[in-house]
Design a protein around this ligand. Structure first.
Ligand code: PMP
Length: 417
């Protein structure tokens, strides 16, 4: 029997019943219990409209893009390029060509490291990261550091997981060429003060890359208002398909950067003596792209915008507040990450019970959470743990999901104590 929340009927500007009905996966049971999905920070579930858009494309509209003279190809090209305009509008980029389609955020960061970093960074140059970055915003810079003799400096977070702004500012120097920072931490939920960071970094003459994986699905992002030089996100976290993501870069930066991968589409002319390169965005999009993924991402963006970020943020913040209060009521539980500004992500440890054991018991209750280091081992080390249990919320979660999480944790405690 699922406990009904005291908040289940709370007024809410988001039509939760309708939203939940849009996600067919939520209708299934897991180990005999209705699925309670609390792992959207890893990857979000897909609304019917995204599933339908992708299958309809394959049924009636599929062909390779950019090259075909025939109608099917031209229509698919138009649909795919239309999504680039949707992305431009979503993040308020100035030009659609500044939005490069790639596999995801990981590929976007690697592109910046390998293209911009290799071309413009020199021995002794410094890159500032933070203690709570995802591995995808650490490892590409280490690879570049080892190749070019760079220095990586790490800005610390306080015990609550908020960035230590004084320590960050003290790391900036005339040698700082890049600040690469998460917008919202996937591991502990901290929302970084990226606007201020970008201002300080620019004043020091550095460029800024923001990893927006956990921001774009949950809040309005305006790359021009932020004045971000580079901004990356993955489609699968904003209810779109896997294998599609976006690197935004200011046109003058992308124009000056050498191509990264070579192949079809990214060229203008090829002879064995010399190749000339295509313009943006194709210069960075070698090979047949994820056509269906891109078009599916367009459906996801439309879907999210039809709900609206105000309603989304209001709902998810209410879930976070409710869940935080409920988890604080469990004395054996320690929340990791209590910054004043947080996304709807709750990381925690329970006594000395291994997070994987908690996760396994939760799974038996139909509650899907992530356990482990969340691809952020340095963040775990900062808080003296090797792993946490992480519950992350999305538009389709309700207060009943929180109650089920809490009940399942209490059950785990009974089993282990
Ligand atoms: N950065 C953050 C903050 C993330 O949450 C993730 C995904 N967990 C990534 C980067 C990497 O994204 P992807 O695997 O889609 O490239």
């Amino acid at each position: 029997m699922i406990a009904m929340s005291d908040r289940a009927g709370a007024p809410d500007s988001l039509d939760l019943n309708r939203v939940r009905a849009d996600f067919p996966i939520l209708r299934q049971t897991v180990h005999g219990k209705p699925l309670c999905f609390l792992d959207s920070a890893a990857s979000a579930q897909k609304p019917q409209v995204v599933i339908d858009t992708v299958s309809k494309l394959y049924e009636t509209g599929y062909a390779n893009i950019h090259r075909g003279i025939y109608k099917l190809s031209q229509d698919a090209t138009e649909a795919y390029e239309g999504v680039r305009e949707q992305v431009r509008d979503l993040i308020n980029a100035e030009h659609a060509k500044e939005c490069i389609f790639l596999r995801g955020a990981t590929e976007g960061i690697n592109l910046v490291a390998q293209s911009w970093g290799r071309a413009f960074l020199r021995e002794g140059d410094e890159i500032i990261l933070t203690e709570i970055e995802h591995h995808s915003n650490i490892v590409p810079w280490q690879m570049l550091r080892d190749e070019k003799g760079l220095q990586i400096k790490v800005a610390p977070v306080g015990d609550d997981g908020a960035l230590d702004m004084d320590a960050f500012a003290a790391l900036l120097s005339p040698r700082t060429r890049l600040v690469a920072m998460v917008h919202v931490s996937n591991a502990i939920g901290t929302i970084m003060p990226v606007e201020k960071i970008i201002e300080l970094a620019h004043a020091a003459g550095a460029k800024v890359l923001i990893d927006g994986c956990q921001a774009v699905p949950h809040m309005p992002v305006d790359v021009r208002a932020l004045d971000a030089d580079f901004y990356v996100f993955s489609g699968h976290k904003i209810y779109g398909p896997t294998g599609i993501g976006v690197l935004y870069g200011k046109a003058e930066l992308l124009d000056a950067m050498p191509p990264w991968q070579g192949g079809g589409d990214m060229i203008s002319t090829v002879t064995f003596e010399k190749t000339t390169y295509n313009e943006l965005p194709q210069k960075f999009e070698a090979g047949t792209p994820n056509i269906a993924g891109g078009i599916g991402l367009g459906a996801a963006i439309d879907y999210v915008r039809s709900i609206g970020f105000e309603a989304i943020a209001g709902h998810e913040t209410a879930l976070l507040d409710y869940a935080t209060e409920k988890l604080r009521g469990i004395s054996q539980l320690r929340i990791i990450g209590t910054a004043p500004e947080k996304g709807a992500i709750l990381s925690f440890v329970v006594d000395d019970i291994h997070p994987h054991d908690i996760g396994t018991i939760l799974d038996r209750e139909g509650v899907a959470v992530r356990t482990g280091h969340h691809c952020a081992q340095p963040a775990m080390e900062r808080f003296g743990v090797t792993a946490t249990v992480r519950a992350s919320f999305a538009i389709y979660n309700d207060f009943n999901d929180v109650d089920r999480l809490v009940a399942a944790i209490r059950k785990a405690l009974e089993i282990f104590e």
